[in-house]
Design a protein around this ligand. Structure first.
Ligand SMILES: [Zn+2]
Length: 267
């Protein structure tokens, strides 16, 4: 039986509260052996830590998400360091830059992003980056602050950036993960970009409970307060979808994405 991994999800998210134990069972029955559970701020780091302590499959990451930068309480940086120190396998994430939201502005997001990249390098941890509509800024920051380029490598989760930036990002140590949302017909450009990415840099993720697959591909149909919720078990369908995009075998892609995940996260 093939082993799978979900390189980026938010299993701690309250939208999964009703189903968390069933989700855990389902991931085990699908042989999903690594779960890259990402925190988004001090308010969910303890929940991520608990999941990591109770489930051997969890590779946690702790970070302050760009959307939460303005409201983080004073002292969050030292809390981040200490929770990372208590989880020697953990990465730094989800951190990043987001120009799709109007608030907080990039000017507010950038100092928190750079600070967390410094922490990641101090502690020698891999980084998971969220980047929306800020690709030029990301490359400029890495150029201006070479000591902030993650020495352990980094994952650009749900990568929807321009194909022409892929070579520069690869040289900086980037990995790129594909999520189910990209199986929407209007996301064909992203699929084309994934065909250009070196195969040893491609990963797969659900970003559950977000980044929904097209409704016809969703294997679970979870609904909460009338809104669809992405079930992490959809990782298998995302992998099958990506194999179609890349025109390769599902088992071959499962093995490659698992090896790529293990190389980055050291598991
Ligand atoms: Zn995420």
């Amino acid at each position: 039986m093939r082993h799978l991994c979900d390189s980026h999800l938010h299993l701690q998210d309250a939208r999964l509260d009703l189903w968390r134990s069933e989700v855990v069972e389902e991931l085990r029955s699908l042989q999903v052996i690594h779960w890259g559970v990402n925190g988004t701020g001090p308010d969910d780091w303890d929940a991520v830590s608990d999941l990591a302590r109770h489930h051997a499959e969890v590779i946690p990451s702790f970070g302050l998400h760009p959307w939460k930068v303005r409201h983080a309480l004073e002292g969050w940086e030292s809390s981040l360091r200490s929770i990372l120190e208590s989880h020697p396998q953990a990465g730094v994430g989800e951190i990043g830059l987001d120009k799709w939201v109007s608030e907080p502005t990039l000017a507010v997001q950038i100092p928190a992003f750079l600070l967390q990249l410094t922490v990641a390098n101090d502690l020698q941890r891999p980084v998971t980056i969220h980047c929306l509509k800020a690709w030029g800024t990301l490359l400029r920051l890495f150029r201006e602050h070479p000591d902030c380029v993650p020495v352990r490598g980094f994952l650009l989760h749900s990568f929807g950036g321009p194909a022409e930036m892929v070579p520069a990002l690869v040289r900086l140590g980037a990995r790129f993960s594909f999520s189910g949302y990209f199986l929407e017909p209007r996301k064909e450009t992203v699929c084309r970009t994934f065909r250009e990415i070196p195969r040893d840099r491609v990963l797969v993720e659900t970003d559950a409970p977000d980044m929904l697959l097209p409704a016809g591909l969703d294997g679970y149909g979870l609904l909460r307060e009338g809104r669809r919720v992405n079930h992490p078990g959809n990782i298998e369908r995302i992998l099958v979808g990506l194999a179609g995009v890349l025109d390769c075998g599902v088992d071959e892609l499962a093995g490659q994405t698992l090896a790529n995940h293990e190389a980055l996260f050291g598991c």
